[in-house]
Write a protein that binds this ligand. Structure first.
Ligand code: GAL
Length: 684
């Protein structure tokens, strides 16, 4: 695969022969005899990219200023001799005990003022100058030693930056927050205006009066909270940049860090991080606490691809079976790991890596699954791992191709942080759930979607969905309005366009930023009790939210037939300049939302890639395009218990069989057809 390069600077590409198959490997936990067995088994499985030194600090700097690279040298050589490429961790993700003993000021402090101590991992404050100095010294040593080692294919900065320590409230964070605010607002008056501090006597006289949003007895200032999220994301990004700069001094090997594009971690605005990566990498674990974990996997992939601006990316971690950190850690069913892995490939991954190679014997992750389980190689899981390695080899030619999608969903961390804050109309409305609902409905309809930033270039999309985009800047609002004006088709859902970037309400009738485009005006929100359902006059049902809405030019598609707003419009459609903008002022049930999206897609000329199902079948097309040729690869993922067939022709790469008119995909299996005919009607 080849990573994207930015127009502003030339970034080294991550080049790999085909689809990478890899894992985290923690050789510090094992004897050298075990290492020998490990490389033999890695070769048997076809593992060709191994991440090491992720948690290596206390081994390679066992005492302050004393470095010992003997073990790391040996494992890198061993992997290299065996033709296994190294994804080299900088080793800074967890501090050694000597460092926090000497410098306890490194430790993070939470919003309630309590300290988080060593004994776990990531117990460091992102703004700590001492941490940064010590970590960068380590990076310097590692980069100097291995910066041009032929085994090293990729640098892996730290690990899941901000997984546990993104929000730190200690004095060093407070100081850094103040400096960040000064850069953002220049004057204290501008900050007072942005934060609306006339409310509740919060007016600041000087910068040093400002604190991070510590726990308060009442609700907090929401603008302060959202700025603290922005600051915290920027602070860790700045730290990533510092490691990047040190690595670059010694090495021209591509650099990345593993993102966490997932439902339960929302602290980093990856739209701002993505341009800093030489290749986008993401970690994804099925979250069985969610209603539909597989649908969330697909959403995460589509968002990761958005971060990569459509280019291939690497799945840096997922699990072969159970994790260890959910209340109930479900084992995967036979075949599920393969379906998950190939879904990632279908949705744009050119590398499939796992946490971790060999299941630990000790520590808090000893019951986390691995490629090599405690029970050893005479297991169904190991056999599936070996089979997956062989399958990925057969898919090597897919690497470098891009997913075809002509529908986009807009996603914003600013809206996630602010719409889910305190003191809002209904705590039952959850931003991500609304985004997932739109994505899931399109997935059911067989339509592939990109997930992109509100300010992204939308001109290539036939249809754009704007779910619950509560916070929107003027520039973003103009981008969306212009897209429709130029002939696009947009669906905006309730609680969108409500505030500006300071969390200041846009007045004159909701949704302020989109009122004119939508041809509606909302006088008041009328949230519904979570258990209440209302009927619409088109036969669909809805819940959770309603609005006292007037059409100011839009056609009414559906009105409330019962509940508190009988006769009031709930779904509208407005011709706006050359385009069409629809609005949904409530939470439609799944069938209602699908019906709306189905008719919108038909009108916008969107052709589904796959059949309409309840999400049990996913069909995705990746396209390799050069000036002379177009080659499509059709991925069919069958989550159902029945065999299915899909119309296509070409060669099926998993089995090597020819496909004349239809490919049959057995229950639970995945098939990838190198298509004979290019279906140009799906071109983005
Ligand atoms: C990730 C982390 C890994 C491992 C894994 C377990 O968050 O990067 O080191 O802890 O989770 O699922």
């Amino acid at each position: 695969m080849t990573s994207r390069s930015t127009s502003t600077d030339e970034r080294p590409a991550f080049v790999h022969d085909g689809i990478a198959f890899g894992c985290d490997y923690n050789p510090e936990q094992w004897s050298r005899e075990v290492w020998q067995e490990d490389v033999v088994l890695m070769r048997e499985a076809g593992v060709d990219l191994v991440a090491i030194n992720i948690f290596g600090w206390s081994h390679i700097e066992p005492r302050d200023g004393v470095f010992d690279f003997e073990g790391l040298d040996a494992i890198i050589e061993l992997l290299h001799e065996n033709g296994i490429r190294v994804n080299l961790g900088t080793g800074t993700s967890s501090t050694p005990p000597w460092l926090t003993t000497k410098h306890p000021e490194i430790l993070p402090i939470m919003a309630d003022g309590t300290t988080r101590y060593p004994g776990g991992r990531q117990a460091w404050c992102p703004s700590s100058p001492v941490f940064r100095e010590r970590a960068l010294l380590l990076v310097d040593k590692v980069a100097e030693r291995y910066g041009s080692h032929p085994a090293v294919a990729l640098w892996h900065v730290s690990n899941e930056l901000g997984c546990h320590n993104a929000l730190c409230y200690n004095e060093e964070s407070a100081e850094a927050f103040r400096r960040w605010l000064e850069r953002r607002y220049t004057t204290i008056d501008a900050l007072n205006a942005a934060w609306g501090t006339s409310f509740w006597s919060q007016r600041y006289g000087t910068w040093d009066e400002i604190l991070p949003p510590m726990l308060t007895v009442s609700t907090s200032n929401p603008s302060q909270v959202v700025d603290f999220h922005r600051f915290s994301s920027d602070e860790l990004l700045d730290y990533y940049r510092a490691e990047y700069a040190v690595l670059r001094r010694h090495s021209s090997i591509p650099i990345t860090t593993n993102f966490m594009v997932t439902a339960h971690i929302k602290n980093l605005d990856y739209w701002s991080w993505a341009p800093e990566m030489d290749v986008i990498a993401n970690d994804h674990y099925l979250d069985n606490r969610l209603e539909d974990p597989t649908a969330e996997l697909s959403f995460s992939d589509d968002l990761t691809r958005g971060l990569a601006q459509g280019a291939p990316w690497i799945l840096m971690e997922h699990s072969t079976s159970a994790v260890n950190w959910q209340p109930l850690n479900l084992a995967k069913q036979p075949g599920e790991m393969t379906r998950n892995s190939l879904t990632h490939v279908a949705r744009g991954a050119d590398g499939v890596c796992f946490f971790q190679w060999r299941a630990s014997l000790q520590g808090s992750e000893k019951f986390h699954s691995a490629l090599l389980p405690h029970a050893g190689t005479n297991t169904d899981l190991w056999r599936e791992v070996v089979e997956l390695g062989a399958t990925l080899d057969r898919l090597d030619e897919v690497a470098g191709s891009r997913v075809v999608a002509d529908v986009a969903i807009l996603f914003s961390w600013d809206s996630w942080w602010s719409a889910d804050g305190e003191s809002r109309p209904s705590k039952s409305v959850d931003y991500l759930q609304q985004v997932h609902a739109a994505h899931g409905a399109l997935r059911d309809l067989g339509i592939t979607t990109d997930v992109v930033a509100p300010g992204a270039d939308l001109s290539g999309y036939r249809m754009v969905i704007v779910p619950g985009l509560y916070m929107v800047t003027d520039v973003e609002a103009t981008n969306i309005n212009d897209y429709v004006a130029a002939g696009g088709s947009a669906l905006v859902t309730f609680f969108s366009g409500i505030v500006d970037e300071d969390d200041r309400v846009r007045t004159g009738g909701y949704p302020g930023a989109f009122r004119e485009m939508l041809g509606v005006s909302v006088d008041e929100f009328v949230p519904l009790a979570p258990t209440d359902q209302v009927s619409l006059d088109d036969g669909s049902s809805a819940g959770l939210w309603a609005e006292r809405l007037r059409s100011t030019g839009a056609d009414v598609i559906a009105r409330y037939a019962d509940g508190p707003l009988v006769g009031v419009p709930a779904v509208t459609r407005h011709d706006y300049q050359s385009g069409v903008a629809r609005y949904v002022a409530t939470v439609l049930d799944r069938d209602g939302l699908k019906a709306l999206l189905r008719s919108m897609a038909a009108e916008a000329g969107v052709t589904p890639t796959g059949p309409e199902t309840d999400g049990s079948v996913e069909v995705i097309r990746r396209r390799a395009q050069s000036q002379q040729t177009t080659q499509d690869y059709l991925f069919v993922i069958n989550h159902s218990v029945d065999d299915i067939t899909v119309a296509t022709s070409g060669i099926e790469l998993v089995t090597g069989e020819g496909v004349e008119t239809r490919v049959t995909v057995p229950a639970g299996a995945v098939r990838v057809v190198k298509e004979r005919e290019t279906k140009m009607e799906n071109a983005a």
